[in-house]
Design a protein around this ligand. Structure first.
Ligand code: FES
Length: 197
């Protein structure tokens, strides 16, 4: 029998109606959410450049901004961090940042446009965990030759304070430096190389 009024067909009919209404309700629930996003938020989620104000950053501090759904770190180095950054070091896998996926302005020991400011995508190049910022060279928690840097707890990859990966780590290459430029002494634009290319 195919009559929709039989108990089992009526149950199916009601279940289908409920599913359709649920879907429609979901769509209507989404529209107010999308319409409340400002034009700049929509552009940001689509990957537009983001601006970060560095005027209040003191040496040793860092800030996190979101760009293309990923965390981007800006670290203001201390004079000690600058002085202790080695040009080359046998514990590093690619100390000169020669792997071709990195912007040309990373090919210096600071991997920075300005040695005082490091800009990195905070995503491990192994399987995408977010490494921890461990700047202290006095800590032996990560080995006696730890000079400060970033540590990924997922599978143990270590990076120096320029985001250069140590040799023989699960992570295959250095932390990514996103395209960026200084719009002024107090503003960095993430997501746009400016005149740096
Ligand atoms: S995801 Fe970082 S070491 Fe595996």
């Amino acid at each position: 029998m195919t009559d929709s009024k039989t108990p089992s067909n009526r149950r199916k009919f009601l279940r289908n109606i409920t599913q359709v209404m649920g879907g429609v309700g979901g769509i209507f629930a989404l529209i107010p959410f999308l319409s409340t996003m400002s034009p700049s938020e929509k552009a940001k989620s689509a990957g537009a450049p983001v601006e970060i104000d560095i005027s209040s950053m003191t040496p040793g501090t860092y800030k996190v901004v979101e760009w293309r759904g990923k965390p981007v770190w800006v670290v203001r180095r201390t004079q000690d961090m600058i002085d202790n950054t080695l040009e080359d070091n046998e514990i590093l896998s690619d100390p000169k940042s020669l792997e071709d996926h990195q912007p040309a302005y990373t090919q210096n020991k600071f991997r920075s446009i300005d040695p005082e400011f490091l800009v990195l995508v905070g995503v491990c190049t192994h399987l995408g965990c977010s490494p921890l910022y461990k700047p202290s060279s006095n800590s032996t928690e990560l080995g006696i030759d730890w000079q400060g840097g970033f540590f990924c707890p997922c599978h143990g990859s270590k990076f120096d304070l320029s985001g250069r990966v140590h040799a023989a780590m699960p992570a295959p290459y250095n932390l990514e430096v996103p395209p960026h430029h200084f719009a002024s002494n107090t503003k960095i634009i993430i997501g746009d190389d400016g005149d740096n290319i």
